[in-house]
Design a protein around this ligand. Structure first.
Ligand code: CP3
Length: 348
């Protein structure tokens, strides 16, 4: 791979630089005044996601401001249930709402037949964003992992514990498995179209993996993610895939599969020291500054960022957060954090 592929993709391919590449989950969003201004031009969040010129513009905003090493296409994980035919909407201040699946017989109403048509504006946005971005800035596509999508589809929205979804797993594992099967295929389609449109890599968000007991993780979180990765590689053999199984603790070891995932994104709960010892010798690690540190800024943020860099910066590493940027974040703290990462000098 040539150097012109940029720092993020080069790092995923095994090259080491003096300082790691850096980007942030939810780097486009409400903490940026220019995002809020653009967002105010469309009432419906999904319609906003499906308007290519607006999605492209907000994808580029954090790149212009901070010169990050990767852009992530502006969209949402819940476009997949929407494209399968489930009703999805976003309520101001309440987050996502879905017409909950309450019975396996309702799965029959879901279908992949119209996915490519419904999500075509996202692929168009990727084409436009790719051509607008500097060559050295990677463009990431993404999707929710099957388990996290199934949680929202059964629960009908966000939840503290996704108790309905878990009850379904424990009482009717076969039918939950049918939903997962459909989602594996839909997510492979969605990611393959994104790569076909110009995404240089993809990230799979299993944001709710951590609600499962450890014994269930392989079956419902990791195995479906592996099926997605393998399905995507059948269509795009070389595409980098970042896996983000959030809040799984030491079970992150199970996801340490360099033949399947190119990098493992770790959440705030995983120790940088432990990750350097247990994960990084085997797989590129991405993470994991606490997004709340970005609210605090100043010396506390700097100390914590440098602690993470000192632990992980010598190996294969992408600097990121442990979860998404929160809306109250001062943009100046984000600029300062990028500067800290770019000026870091290893003590070794
Ligand atoms: O910059 C980026 O990261 C790209 C865009 C992006 C969004 N959502 C935009 C968004 C990405 C990668 C996502 C992923 C996503 N969406 C996840 C996985 C990551 C995670 O946070 O664990 C999940 C679980 C969702 C579902 C979702 N979408 C929720 C729970 C919410 C409401 C919470 C909130 O922050 O309001 C959304 C809405 C959403 N998605 C917003 C944005 C910028 C805010 C809505 C708005 O701007 O009107």
């Amino acid at each position: 791979m040539s150097l012109s592929a940029g720092k993020f993709l080069e790092t995923l391919a095994g090259t080491r630089f003096a300082t790691p590449p850096v980007w942030f989950m939810r780097q486009a969003g409400r903490y940026l005044p220019e995002y809020r201004a653009m967002r105010a031009t469309t009432a419906s969040f999904l319609e906003f996601c499906y308007t290519p010129d607006k999605a492209v513009e907000v994808t580029l905003q954090p790149i212009r401001r901070f010169g990050l090493d990767a852009a992530i296409i502006f969209s949402d994980i819940l476009v997949v249930p929407d494209a399968l035919g489930q009703k999805v909407w976003f309520e101001e201040g309440e987050g996502p709402k879905l017409e909950a699946l309450s019975d396996p017989s309702q799965f029959g109403r879901l279908s992949r037949a119209h996915l490519a048509d419904r999500l075509a504006p996202i692929y168009e946005a990727i084409r436009q964003a790719r051509s607008a971005l500097p060559r050295e800035t990677a463009l990431l596509g993404f999707a929710g992992a099957p388990f996290t999508l199934a949680c929202y589809m059964i629960e009908g929205g966000s939840s503290r514990d996704f108790a309905k979804a878990k009850q379904w797993i424990y009482q009717h594992p076969e039918s939950f498995g049918l939903l997962i099967d459909l989602l594996v295929e839909a997510v492979v389609d969605h990611l393959a179209y994104q790569v076909g449109a110009g995404a240089d890599g993809v990230q799979l968000f299993d944001s709710w993996a951590g609600i499962l007991p450890e014994e269930q993780l392989f079956h419902w979180s990791l195995h479906p993610m592996m099926r997605v990765a393998n399905g995507l590689r059948e269509r795009h053999p070389k595409v980098p895939i970042v896996a983000f199984p959030r809040a799984v603790g030491p079970a992150a070891l199970m996801y340490r599969r360099p033949d399947t995932f190119t990098a493992l994104s770790i959440d705030t709960g995983i120790g940088a020291h432990w990750a350097a010892k247990e994960l990084q010798p085997h797989i590129c690690v991405q993470g994991n500054l606490d997004p709340i540190m970005l609210l605090v800024g100043g010396k506390a943020m700097e100390r914590e960022a440098i602690r993470i860099l000192d632990k992980l910066g010598l190996g294969s590493f992408v600097f990121n957060l442990g979860h998404g940027i929160v809306p109250q974040t001062p943009p100046d703290n984000v600029a300062k954090l990028v500067e800290i990462v770019r000026n870091w000098k290893s003590g070794a």
